[in-house]
Write a protein that binds this ligand. Structure first.
Ligand SMILES: Cc1cc2nc3c(=O)[nH]c(=O)nc-3n(C[C@H](O)[C@H](O)[C@H](O)COP(=O)(O)O)c2cc1C
Length: 204
């Protein structure tokens, strides 16, 4: 618990990254494995993570992100991908629970029916859910990076169509956020101010 509180209080966005730092695919997969524990509506897991590590792709992604240097300098810049039609892929994702006897057929069928009721044929609801999921996975990824002694920087400053093209997203996918992760370089800002608690919370 202390670790979680420390991470919440210790994480800040980095703007300057050590451009000489590289991460192996296994190191990146460790971060992804932690981010993959993120909860999603109905467990649709309607997100993807594209780890951009090659100099060529980083340069292309940086151009699509208005030239933000951290996209190219960080060891890895993730494109957090939102996926439409998550309800359609849900049955295959949760079938292992049915097969293992963790849930019965009625629970399985009800789970899928409720999910379809919320999202089937409702592109706006699908998109909103994919953005919610993307936001949650992005946050988990940033805390995972912090836990590994790395820094992170979230970005919404990018051209969505250009980012989609750089990483080859399908018509049912869209970029939610970019997350640069790596070692910090000098010159990053200190922690930023937050509103007073009484301004944030209302009791009802
Ligand atoms: C959704 C989102 C989008 C952001 N987009 C950018 C961005 O494009 N460029 C940038 O330098 N910082 C970006 N930031 C970083 C924010 O400015 C930063 O999180 C905020 O100032 C709070 O600082 P902290 O993360 O250090 O607590 C973004 C953060 C979030 C959560």
């Amino acid at each position: 618990m202390t670790g979680i509180i420390e991470a919440i209080k210790g994480r800040t966005s980095a703007n300057n990254f050590d451009a000489t730092h590289q991460m192996t695919h296994d190191e990146i997969k460790e971060l992804v494995a932690l981010a993959n524990e993120t909860p999603t509506s109905f467990n649709m897991q309607n997100f993807g993570l594209i780890a951009v590590v090659s100099p060529q792709k980083k340069a292309e992604l940086k151009a699509a992100a208005f030239g933000q240097p951290k996209v190219g300098d960080a060891a890895v810049t993730f494109v957090v991908v939102g996926k439409m039609k998550g309800n359609e892929t849900l049955p295959a994702l949760i079938k292992p629970m049915l097969d293992a006897g963790a849930i019965d057929q009625a629970a399985f069928d009800g789970w899928i029916a409720k999910c379809n009721g919320m999202y089937a044929g409702k592109p706006q609801a699908q998109r909103e859910e994919a953005i919610r999921s993307g936001g949650l996975v992005a946050m988990t990824l940033m805390y995972a990076a912090h836990a590994k002694g790395l820094v992170s920087g979230a970005m919404i400053g990018f051209m969505p169509d250009a980012v989609s093209k750089v990483v080859g997203l399908t018509d049912d996918e869209f970029p939610v956020m970019l997350i640069a992760i790596g070692r910090p370089a000098a010159g990053n800002w200190p922690r930023k101010v937050r509103r007073a608690i009484d301004e944030v919370v209302k009791f009802a």
